[in-house]
Design a protein around this ligand. Structure first.
Ligand code: GDP
Length: 700
């Protein structure tokens, strides 16, 4: 009696498609709902259950043995990927658990390499079928043998299963630190394609940065294509004779340094704008040092050449003093005279950008899940949080599941810099995205994941890392890590930013600082300036391994707070000897750090929901500050003083909060004035109603 495809599949414990495939191999085409004749069913059973497979496996074994012998004879340790050259004959692990990862559209994600057995499990197909498919493609393999993705994809495709290669992702730690460098280094060279350069414009205030950006935008971007007003999204692209150039539309170097501090190299070339009638100013020098620190090429735009009093040669002389030797003086720095007012020289500037970028050989892999960097974020009425991101690698697509720091979601809409809705964005493209639940920080990385589920998992991982650091701040660098790096010999250079009250003292301090060295480490002054310690100094310092020393100058409270946040050490002195002694101590790893304790919140216990030897669940109010998961606390209680008979608050014990929740929902942090619950892990601590918990953090 004929049997349906489904019933036959059930009998053989295989998928209906496998039945269809077997039938195809026997030169019969059958639909999923067709009936299979007895004759064909018998043939299929034979293939599935026995002879053919046994024969195939026998051949495989024989072939393998032959190869092993040959291999041993040749004694080649060839690392080729070809599976015929890499027979593995270890016994398969019976207990192996294979996780099946699927993207939101059901595509199965496969790794770069996997065993035949893992492939069969991942695509839910019987191993013999996979072996036969491999054999049909000329590949003789056994179960434990490694095959590469390309081979696996051919097998899956022939079995009608959609698969995709797993992209190398950022680890939770890398996302936390917004560090993309390792991942970009690991990209296979053959996957890389040319990408447009990303340009930052820097320079002293009023030297014409905005005017140059505006001029380029007005003349090179066909405005109004999207039906009128071009919306500013913090970056734009121009097409110069067929080549795209991306400009970060945030003049000044704040965004640039914040991003760099986070490890993201968001800029490929810096344009330094210097007004021809004014020459180099402190901020110009700062910009030069920022770019030098980032190791990116500098093009100088000598602006305002339309003005009387413009002295191009004088500017070139000043640039040479800063080690930026103009090209036409035999040096390496292109210096282009321009006028943002008349437009003179702007085309030449753009051509120069193209030439300099070409030399850098900028590439990215457009065929992977995207990684992008947040360059701006803002709340938009009726839309909610939006972010402008610059794609670093991969192609960003509408609908992609993302993780940005500790939030995850799906890209709802994507607009290009002209305000047009787009579906996908290639490397170096700036786009504005929606679908966020909160505003991300500038410099945060956007990592696209295979599914929302995986994105959520990753976001949770980042959140847990950020909570291990009790302040919840992004630690990039601290004196403690610098000290240990110096001690371990991993860091040989201590970078120093010198600020002093006059040019004379600045030079003197700079000289003295550069003289300090130990057997293992030395100092390098990356920037020296006259005047107060500024935000820009801190941001330059936050790029890593840098301290700021002020000589007869102080940092304001605001700057000190910023430095604390960015983990940059600031030291002020008025005696040179003290300063050099301190630096010497840092180099020797001798610097002692004081522990500072800060109280972050208070909680009043109103109810004890559960309590045993190991843990307690408390309910109550946040009476001041914040209550945060994993914070430490001190427990205070009103106790009667036996001598005086008065009630006084006494310290009972210390402990740590395991988790906090509002209603049934666990959360990370709860603000003042909120009723909440918390779980506490402890050793037999007994809580009482009316107890006060003082939450604190300890910082070096
Ligand atoms: P930013 O602070 O560096 O962004 O400088 P702006 O672009 O705001 O320019 C400062 C001032 O210089 C403005 O009044 C501009 O109109 C003017 N300016 C900019 N470029 C030129 C130029 O090439 N020629 C002249 N004459 N004025 C310019």
């Amino acid at each position: 009696m004929p049997i349906s495809v489904h019933d036959l599949a059930k009998q053989l414990a295989i998928a209906p498609e496998a039945v269809q495939l077997h039938a195809m191999d026997l030169d019969f085409e059958i639909g999923e709902d067709d009936l299979v004749s007895d004759e064909i069913a018998a043939e299929i059973k034979k293939i599935e259950l026995g002879d053919e497979v046994k024969q195939a496996e026998h051949e495989i074994e024989e072939e393998l043995q032959r190869e092993i012998v040959e291999e041993q004879q040749k004694k080649t340790a060839g690392q080729k990927k070809s599976i015929r050259k890499k027979p593995k004959v270890e016994k398969e692990e019976q207990e192996e658990v294979v996780e099946v990862v699927k993207s939101d559209d059901g595509t199965i994600i496969l790794p770069e390499n996997l065993t035949v057995r893992q492939l069969a499990l991942k695509i839910s197909k019987p191993i013999p079928i996979v072996l036969v498919k491999l054999k049909q493609n000329g590949i003789i393999a056994n179960l434990a043998q490694d095959i590469d993705y390309e081979t696996a994809a051919v097998v899956a495709d022939e079995l009608g299963i959609k698969v995709k290669k797993e992209a190398v992702e950022l680890t939770g730690e890398e996302l936390f630190r917004a560090d993309i460098s390792q991942l970009l280094k690991d990209e296979e060279p053959e996957t890389l394609q040319k990408r447009p350069p990303v340009i930052s414009i820097m320079g002293h205030v009023d030297h014409g940065k905005t005017s140059i950006l505006d001029h380029i935008r007005k003349t090179k971007v066909a405005e109004g294509e999207a039906g009128g007003i071009t919306q500013r999204i913090g970056a734009y692209q121009v097409n110069v004779d067929g080549d795209l150039i991306t400009f970060l539309d945030t003049p000044g170097h704040e965004a640039f340094t914040v991003m760099r501090a986070r490890g993201a190299r968001a800029t490929d070339v810096a344009i330094l704008v210097v007004a021809a009638n004014e020459g180099l100013k402190p901020q110009s020098i700062e910009a030069i040092n920022h770019a030098k620190e980032a190791n990116i090429p500098i093009i100088v735009a000598i602006n305002k050449i339309d003005l009387e009093g413009a002295n191009i040669d004088q500017i070139k002389g000043q640039l040479a003093e800063q080690d930026l030797n103009p090209e036409d003086w035999g040096g390496k720095t292109p210096c282009i005279p321009v006028s943002a007012k008349t437009g003179e020289g702007i085309d030449k500037l753009l051509d120069t950008v193209k030439i300099v970028a070409e030399l850098q050989d900028l590439k990215a892999n457009p065929n992977r899940t995207a990684i992008a960097t947040v360059i701006e974020s803002q709340m938009q009425e009726g839309v909610g949080p939006t972010a402008t991101v610059l794609v670093n690698t991969g192609t960003l697509k509408q609908g992609d599941a993302f993780v940005i720091y500790d939030q995850h979601g799906k890209i709802r809409t994507m607009k290009n810099f002209e305000g047009k809705d787009i579906k996908q964005a290639l490397p170096s493209t700036p786009v504005q995205i929606t679908g966020l639940s909160k505003l991300p920080h500038v410099g945060d990385l956007v990592q696209i994941m295979e599914s929302e589920k995986i994105a959520r998992r990753k976001a949770e991982e980042v959140a847990s890392i950020s909570h291990e650091d009790e302040l919840g701040k992004r630690k990039k660098f601290s004196l403690a890590t610098m000290k240990s790096k110096l001690a371990e010999g991993k860091l040989q250079q201590l970078k120093v930013i010198v600020k002093a009250d006059s040019r004379g003292t600045m030079e003197a301090v700079k000289n003295e600082v550069e003289k300090v060295k130990t057997d293992e480490a030395f100092t390098k002054v990356v920037h020296a300036g006259v005047g107060e310690i500024t935000e820009s100094d801190v941001m330059l310092g936050s790029a890593g391994s840098t301290i700021i020393v002020g000589f007869n100058v102080e940092a304001s409270n605001r700057i000190q707070k910023l430095a604390e946040k960015e983990n940059v050490g600031i030291f002020s002195f008025d005696v040179i000897y003290h300063l050099t002694e301190k630096i010497n101590d840092i180099l020797l790893g001798k610097l002692e750090e004081a522990e500072i304790e800060t109280i972050v919140g208070e909680f009043k216990v109103k109810a004890i929901f559960a309590s045993n030897k190991k843990m307690a669940v408390l309910g109550g109010d946040v009476i001041s500050g914040k209550v945060r998961k994993l914070s430490k606390f001190r427990l205070f209680r009103e106790v009667k003083n036996e001598e005086t008979g008065d009630m006084e608050e006494q310290l009972i014990a210390e402990g740590k909060i395991a988790s906090v929740q509002i209603g049934q929902k666990e959360t990370n942090e709860i603000n003042e004035g909120t009723e909440c619950g918390m779980k506490i892990d402890h050793n037999g601590l007994v809580f009482k109603e009316g107890d006060r918990l003082e939450l604190f953090v300890v910082k070096k």
